[in-house]
Design a protein around this ligand. Structure first.
Ligand code: MRU
Length: 433
């Protein structure tokens, strides 16, 4: 959970955690940045907010985000009233992390539909906002498909199913349900799909926590990289959910938090979540992980994933591969936790994963201040790829998989919705490629 003040609300409008106490946002102000059209408002307050939530009219339709670039210093809520604002938020990492990108992508499609915009164009733009985390295109595709099927109209109505999965006779459907205009029906379907993705993600998170706990020894000193908690999930996250489960089971002696240069998702976000959850933790420079392992201070490394290729290669935040090599050298188990939606059977291996390259300034500056001579070029891949042979086990909502290899991945991804490769499918539908 983000904070003790949070609880899951029952309201269907708020699928995740939401604030239950404390004053509402007291200071409201417009940011003077280069916000794209569609950004309704930005406000700061003492509220603790969920990473993402949907706003219905009259406040919406809009998607509200906790701006992760501002944490831990302040909790700023950004309201994206249009898809361009949501895409900008994704690209500047105001909202980030693979599972949450899937959720955001689906809500983005719902937003376009609710605003009566070009949903196909919005879906394509959303799916292309960041290239590595497959969940983004997967979530977009699911939302887009739901919208498309509902928009198809009469033939879709004839295929309706009741809650038990039985097909309803068309006559009964028409008597039982008020007639909803087609565009509204399609927008409702996209929104329902987005909420379902969020609910599934929360369930997956809980299942990963339960499964991954079996891999955590007593008095474990766990090292993690980047940020994998409630900020990236509709639940408690991926790797961080396992860590939380270990803490609750009394098995966590210490969480080692890699700072995760260049954007410090570890120091800023994981340490923030760890502190709120009362975890014994310490932040370290990424370069200190080797000597820490050499000193016998790490019992387990556990990280998340942005895309898992068909052969089991894992793309995750840059620095993950170095940790895997170190872990192998020091005989420390190296575990990846990710929902099945992160597996991409359409990507055959690590070399086929597109690694996002980000601006040089993220490396040549630190917290907005230049640290390299002006004009220094930089190498700034956002992710790296760890080959399956360095991965001890993969934790998904379907359990623990080991060894990690193509056969295991095939079995895992078999029942995955959209297993044919979401990004390509979206593009094929839109441009007939
Ligand atoms: O660039 P980011 O911050 O979106 O990268 C996020 C990561 O690499 C996470 O470790 C990964 O998405 C797993 S999140 C459960």
């Amino acid at each position: 959970m983000l904070a003790p003040r949070l609880r899951a609300r029952q309201s269907p409008d708020r699928w995740a955690h939401t604030c239950t106490a404390g004053p509402p946002a007291t200071r409201r102000r417009r940011e003077s940045g280069d916000w794209p059209a569609g950004l309704a408002s930005v406000h700061t307050g003492e509220v603790t907010t969920p990473a993402l939530r949907w706003l219905d009219p009259p406040a919406g339709p809009a998607v509200e985000l906790l701006d992760q670039t501002r944490l831990p210093a302040e909790e700023v809520v950004v309201t994206c009233a249009g898809v361009p604002a949501l895409i900008a938020a994704i690209q500047r990492l105001a909202i980030r992390g693979a599972p949450m990108l899937g959720v955001a992508g689906a809500f983005g499609v719902a937003l376009a539909a609710a605003r009566g915009e070009d949903v196909a164009r919005a879906a394509a733009d959303l799916a292309a906002a960041r290239p590595t985390a497959v969940n983004l295109a997967w979530g977009v595709q699911r939302g887009y498909r739901a919208w498309q099927q509902a928009a198809a109209g009469p033939q879709n109505r004839a295929g309706r199913h009741d809650r038990g999965g039985r097909q309803e006779p068309a006559g009964r459907q028409d008597r039982a349900r008020p007639q909803v205009p087609g565009a509204q029906r399609a927008a409702d379907a996209a929104l329902a799909q987005a909420r379902e993705i969020a609910a599934d993600d929360a369930r997956a998170s809980a299942a990963m926590a339960a499964a991954g706990l079996a891999l955590v020894p007593a008095q474990a000193r766990i090292l993690t990289h980047c940020n994998t908690g409630a900020l990236v999930s509709a639940g408690e996250g991926t790797a961080f959910a396992v860590i939380l489960a270990a803490h609750r089971a009394g098995r966590l002696a210490r969480l080692w938090v890699d700072e995760t240069r260049p954007l410090l998702q570890g120091a800023r976000l994981t340490a923030w979540e760890a502190q709120r959850a009362g975890l014994p933790h310490a932040v370290l420079a990424d370069g200190a992980a080797g000597s820490l392992m050499a000193a016998g201070q790490v019992d387990l490394v556990i990280i998340g994933a942005d895309r898992i290729a068909a052969d089991g290669s894992v793309a995750n935040k840059v620095g993950s591969y170095s940790l895997a090599v170190l872990a192998r050298h020091h005989g420390v188990p190296f575990v990846v936790a990710a929902p099945v939606s992160t597996i991409d059977p359409a990507t055959p291996g690590g070399a086929a994963i597109t690694v996002e390259q980000r601006p040089a300034g993220e490396v040549t500056s630190l917290a907005g201040r230049p640290v390299a001579p002006a004009g220094s070029p930089a190498y700034n891949p956002a992710f790296d790829v760890t080959p399956p042979e360095l991965i001890t086990a993969l934790v998904t909502e379907r359990g623990v998989t080991r060894p990690v290899n193509a056969a295991a991945l095939r079995a895992l991804a078999g029942g995955r919705d959209g297993a044919e490769g979401p990004l390509k499918a979206v593009h094929m539908e839109l441009w007939g490629a």
